[in-house]
Design a protein around this ligand. Sequence first.
Ligand SMILES: NC(=O)C1=CN([C@@H]2O[C@H](COP(=O)(O)OP(=O)(O)OC[C@H]3O[C@@H](n4cnc5c(N)ncnc54)[C@H](O)[C@@H]3O)[C@@H](O)[C@H]2O)[C@@H](O)CC1
Ligand SMILES: [K+]
Length: 216
Amino acid sequence: MAQLVTAKEMQELDTYTIQTIGISQDVLIERAALSVIDVIGAGNFDLTHVLVLAGLGNNGADGVAIARLLYLQGINVTLQFVGNVNRAKESVKHQLHIAEQYGLHRAEKSDFNNASLIIDAIFGVGLNKLLPEGLQKMIKAANHIEKPVIAVDIPTGIDATTGEVRGATLKAKKTVTFSFNKVGLTKGNGKFLSGDVVVKDIGILAPEDFQFSISI
Ligand SMILES: NC(=O)C1=CN([C@@H]2O[C@H](COP(=O)(O)OP(=O)(O)OC[C@H]3O[C@@H](n4cnc5c(N)ncnc54)[C@H](O)[C@@H]3O)[C@@H](O)[C@H]2O)[C@@H](O)CC1
Ligand SMILES: [K+]
């Protein structure tokens, strides 16, 4: 039996794993990034120029770690932040510091036209309102160009609980979702805009008495 989680349940499980089990957030981010690297490696993707779009929360932190790991494999990667990195969570700043020590710096500007593959790490399960208008426009333009996109955890713009589109969604060819599938990837627009969904375990654990709202 597989369990599906809502955004709130996933956040509870992340917190339980970090605070009670004691696995650090850095380890989870590294495992999340490595699982996406596995999927990229196993797929038939054109890696001529990978564009990683990173947001300001933990989904963005995963993206920065993915960009670093690709860069260290000798892949031509551009790391582009969506939003002002000065306002990013500490996890993102920390990942950026690490990436820079290895020689990967963020780009000031990027062009979808030059990308052979886009990694979407803008928003994950933390999305809780409509995407900012500027981002909606950017996403609509990116969808128009029809580059292959791998979504990190969930396509940006999809509500992890309902599957609704919050303004716009970067349409994915594949979604690598962490430890538990998300309800929002199985219904509504979320089901159609997330491409092939691959669940990769990164070590998130549920307490024995955890009440999942949905099991299939
Ligand atoms: N919690 C953890 O420690 C882990 C989280 N992971 C990743 O982190 C993601 C969740 O990270 P976060 O909870 O930081 O959230 P996100 O990175 O999804 O979003 C960032 C923050 O933006 C704000 N926000 C939400 N909707 C917005 C909107 N429409 N416009 C502007 N700001 C908005 C919220 O404060 C949210 O926390 C997961 O999807 C997964 O990819 C993984 O790295 C595993 C470990
Ligand atoms: K994402």
